[in-house]
Write a protein that binds this ligand. Structure first.
Ligand SMILES: C[S@@+](CC[C@H](N)C(=O)[O-])C[C@H]1O[C@@H](n2cnc3c(N)ncnc32)[C@H](O)[C@@H]1O
Length: 337
């Protein structure tokens, strides 16, 4: 049992993390201050205001390695870092961070999720496109990391199911292709039979869709090397690729930038994304820790989802803000559980 359960702590993360047992946290999820981006009212205390990018990364890595140490072997570490224009060009700091992290061999990168901002900050610069994405890097310590794909963006599955009434024309093109193909009579009969079965599975909602590949019409997979599907195409004349009930879950998530007029923190990340990642990477009762807690978005998401939380911030004002937010649960959006 961790002594900081369900608490928001004032302090330097490096020091606080040193007091937490190794392999005791299920998920670290955080957004550190970006390099020279903002003054959080702790200019000489926290990280972000270093004179050089290298020094910034060095300080960030001290905390990152402690984050890794306290994470369980089944746990994950998610860092969201934004990029910055320096001398007119993008610095790619988030990616330098991710490369160094994987080169350390302490973790591997499970996913690089792109947050696509629906309302990015407009800029006057006519010689650049508007920056509207930020990465969320998911790192793991071992291959045993928890990952509940079925819980991630579940509300969208339901939406898709409701909207996805199959068309009456489903499979018609494939019947025509089979009829005009080079397949033998028996192969054609077999292909039509299997195609009918796949269509029925879609109507019965057992699968959400399928693709068919027919010999002489479609290309073999991966340049044609021998393998399960290619063998089916060569030997039977066709293959059917079933698409499961879940729509493809991609490494991109859309969400507006948080606009929470009552929240005085200047860099709040979206509760929605954090909730989805907590659902993906933990179970009820697990412990979620944010070493750069700010206004406490991570703690709030964890609390809403019945996980334990630990938040750490160097700035006492933000710690109070987070505690208040947790107590009153205001400014918050609808929960999609
Ligand atoms: C980008 S903000 C996090 C915002 C948060 N995700 C939210 O939604 O409100 C980064 C926070 O890290 C804190 N910070 C900077 N250096 C720190 C350190 N060494 N230890 C703990 N907190 C630190 C800052 O005070 C700031 O609140």
């Amino acid at each position: 049992m961790c002594r900081y359960y369900d608490q928001v702590i004032i302090g330097d993360s490096l020091e606080v993390l040193k007091g937490i047992d190794s392999n005791s946290i299920d998920l670290i999820i955080t957004s550190p201050p970006y390099f020279q981006q903002r003054d959080y009212g702790n200019r000489n205390l926290g990280i972000g205001n270093e004179n050089s990018e290298n020094k910034y990364l060095e300080n960030l890595f001290e905390i990152f390695y402690e984050s890794v140490r306290v994470t369980k072997l089944t746990g994950t570490i998610v860092y969201n870092i934004g990029d910055k224009y320096l001398n007119g060009g993008l610095s790619l700091i988030p990616y330098k961070f991710a490369v160094r992290a994987i080169e350390s061999k302490k973790v591997f990168l499970v996913n690089n999720i792109t947050w696509a901002k629906l309302n990015p900050t407009p800029r006057q610069d006519k010689r650049k496109l508007i920056q509207s994405t930020e990465p969320f890097f998911i790192f793991a310590k071992t291959k045993k990391y928890q990952f509940s794909l079925e819980n991630y963006l579940k509300h969208l599955d339901e939406l898709n199911r409701k909207q996805g009434i199959p068309s009456k024309k489903l499979g018609r093109t494939y019947f025509e292709l089979i009829a005009n193909s080079e397949l033998t009579k028996t192969e054609k009969e077999n292909a039509e039979q299997q195609l009918n079965k796949a269509i029925q599975s879609v109507y019965k909602r057992e699968i959400s869709g399928f693709r068919m590949k027919i010999r002489g019409i479609h290309k073999l997979a991966y340049g044609g090397q021998a393998g399960g599907r290619n063998n089916q195409i060569i030997n039977n004349g066709f293959t059917i690729i079933k698409i499961n009930g879940n729509k493809l879950k991609k490494d991109i998530i859309e969400s507006p930038v948080e606009i929470t007029k009552d929240n005085k923190h200047p860099a709040v990340y979206p509760l929605y994304i954090i909730q989805e990642l907590i659902k993906l990477l933990t179970e009820e009762g697990d412990i979620v820790l944010d070493p750069f807690n700010g206004s406490g978005t991570t703690c709030l998401a964890a609390k809403n989802l019945k996980r334990h939380y630990i938040g750490i911030d160097i700035n006492p004002e933000y710690v109070n803000l987070a505690k208040n937010r947790l107590k009153h649960n205001k400014y918050e959006q609808e929960l999609f559980i």
